[in-house]
Ligand binder design. Sequence first.
Ligand code: PLP
Length: 394
Amino acid sequence: MDFSEDTFLRHLAPTSPFPFRIPVERAEGIYIYSSNGRRYTDMISGIGVSNIGHRHPSVVNAIKAQVDKHLHVMVYGEYIQSSSNMLAKKLTSLLPPTLDCVYLVNSGTEANEGALKLSKRLTGRTELVSFRNSYHGSTHGSMSVSGNESKKAAFRPLLPDVRFIAFNNIAELQEITTRTAAVIMETIQGDAGVRIPSKQFMKALRKRCDETGAVLILDEIQCGMGRTGTLFAFEQFDITPDILTIGKAFGGGLPIAAFISGHARMQQLSHDPMLGHITTLGGNPVCCASALSTLEVITTGNLLKDVERKGLLIQSLLAHAKIRAIRRTGLMLAIDFDTEERVQRIVTSALSDGVIGFWFLSHPYSFRLAPPLTITDDEIREACAVILKAIENS
Ligand SMILES: Cc1ncc(COP(=O)(O)O)c(C=O)c1O
């Protein structure tokens, strides 16, 4: 074992100057246990990943069973592997019939890269339309269609021919034209601080894409897998995307993501050029076994049905004069305060009392909560009491 900060800071590349640095010994359910004997309530699910808690027993068993059969045997797309067959069959059975073909990759950003490339291939067009303040990943293509300029400027030149329009603004949909290959949108904007579009907007978006022949990509990497109370958030807007991207919670704690579209569309990836979109470890069998088990857990019993009620419970418990606004869908919450500094104090104070909350990438005035969907009402009450104390003292 090595929980030394020295090793961490010396030999692991950083993403920010201020990492959380919890020395994680193990994790179970909604709790993370540190090597120095502390227990933390994970109210952010490792940023939208542990939707059924950490180390769900069914998922752990499925992983162990697959490990005993085989690990990687071949690059994605060549051999018939039961784990990816079963996962694709189950996943597509839960989706509209036009989303019946799955391309398995390793991370959310790769899912979006695949979706963007497929759109270009399908339309023969190059223009990509995205939304201000969106986040779609950190690789060059996904970053090109992400809306936060402060994170992008240092890495230009990025993809050309990308245009940004205002989120949830019907008038700006006119910017989508017959030149547009794809429109990419988070069904619920996550890192912009939980921005929820209107049903009217989503229907107008679908209509505009149909009129212009632009491919509609919905990115549910953060808001999918039950987070909003339905398996996928788009189900609540009565529209279906042409391509759906998923990741994060999809793998139940292992790295796997996917872009999903119709069978005929996906066939374009096999030719002109052949092998024009490939991945070595995409659809890794252990990750597939974990993802299948996770899907089964999410869609069995009352888990999804209870999401909205639990979200409402958190919202009702977090009543405090210092809160400016709460934006919420299901168990995905952004709690607005007056300053960035206050959010910082709340995050720090809750953490020192054993509750993990977080920030948003592109909205500094907000405190982020997205607990495992498996959290109980009593656990919600306990965590909210700590958060309220942090707010009171901030
Ligand atoms: C909406 C959305 N899309 C894409 C990504 C990128 O996923 P990954 O970090 O797995 O590449 C994220 C990650 O936060 C996300 O929230």
